[in-house]
Design a protein around this ligand. Structure first.
Ligand SMILES: Cc1cc2nc3c(=O)[nH]c(=O)nc-3n(C[C@H](O)[C@H](O)[C@H](O)COP(=O)(O)O)c2cc1C
Length: 273
């Protein structure tokens, strides 16, 4: 049921806090369904992601766990997707569509008419048809490797919006490997959709901190300034400000993490060792 108070709380979560608070959640309250309106929020957030030629690369089938027969559910599992699949009440089966750029020139012309592109930067209806359509999109769509690569990159951006909105909505999620063939037929998945990840979604059975923020390499290892040999160094004042705004949070493990994991295992009849 739609809950205005919860929506207001989700809408008020600052972006930095959502980025910093997001975790892969692997324990869910198995009995508590995810409300449809929250899925709608996730999908609207995904649909706002940046995307080349304004195309819809990400396709998602939201599927309530209990609509799948137990055999199919079992068959979805992989070595890294086990009892958490039984606990999560909602699955997002995600796919990328390599043919999504088709129709790009028409969408670009629409964007032009809306003032997103302008002649000052070389754009025109003719440019959309003859340069983008003919010299970029036609060769791309004819090359399955290039189109598949592009669709995966683009779809992942939209998926990131879903993961952040999940956090803002007070839910947990984890991307998982899965045996996508299991549901291909029963869910009428179109032939050209490429399976990405299965996202488990539900109300966390663990604290939203899930033991603390995961360690990452310092930005100087992966990000550079002017050339690839000059590391981009963090500065104390920005680090302190990001800690204040909760983008940077205390690292895992919290002192009580192992006790929390054992307690959840006992509560849900999972192995403790
Ligand atoms: C594309 C993708 C695939 C993943 N696959 C799995 C998986 O199969 N099983 C799993 O337990 N976690 C999976 N994860 C979660 C990662 O292990 C997790 O993101 C990582 O440990 C960092 O933790 P964090 O997400 O809490 O920051 C996946 C994450 C991503 C983004």
């Amino acid at each position: 049921m739609y809950d205005e108070h919860e929506m207001d709380r989700a809408g008020a979560m600052p972006l930095f806090d959502a980025i910093g608070t997001r975790r892969s959640i692997r324990y869910f309250q198995p009995f508590r369904p995810v409300e449809r309106w929250k899925v709608e929020v996730m999908f609207e957030a995904a649909q706002r992601s940046s995307r080349s030629v304004n195309a819809s690369y990400l396709k998602v089938i939201a599927c309530e766990r209990d609509t799948l027969d137990p055999e199919a559910r079992e068959a979805l599992k992989t070595p890294t997707n086990t009892a958490d699949l039984d606990m999560a009440p909602l699955y997002l089966f995600t796919y990328s569509d390599p043919q999504a750029p088709a129709g790009g020139p028409e969408r670009l012309k629409d964007l032009y008419d809306r003032g997103a592109f302008a002649p000052a930067l070389g754009w025109s209806h003719r440019f959309a048809d003859e340069v983008v359509g003919k010299t970029i999109l036609e060769p791309l769509l004819a090359d399955p490797a290039a189109a598949g690569w592009m669709a995966a990159v683009e779809a992942a951006q939209a998926l990131a919006h879903i993961l952040l909105s999940v956090t803002a909505l007070g839910l947990g999620a984890c991307c998982k490997s899965w045996n996508s063939d299991v549901v291909k037929e029963s869910l009428s998945v179109p032939e050209n959709w490429q399976p990405m990840w299965m996202v488990l979604v539900g109300y966390p059975a663990e604290d939203m901190q899930a033991g603390g923020q995961r360690p990452r390499a310092p930005i100087s290892e992966d990000y550079f300034w002017n050339d690839a040999t000059t590391p981009f160094e963090a500065t104390p004042e920005v680090t302190a400000a990001l800690e204040k705004h909760r983008l940077l949070q205390p690292l895992a493990p919290y002192p009580w993490r192992q006790a929390e994991i054992r307690s959840i295992a006992r509560a849900y009849g999972l192995p403790e060792e």
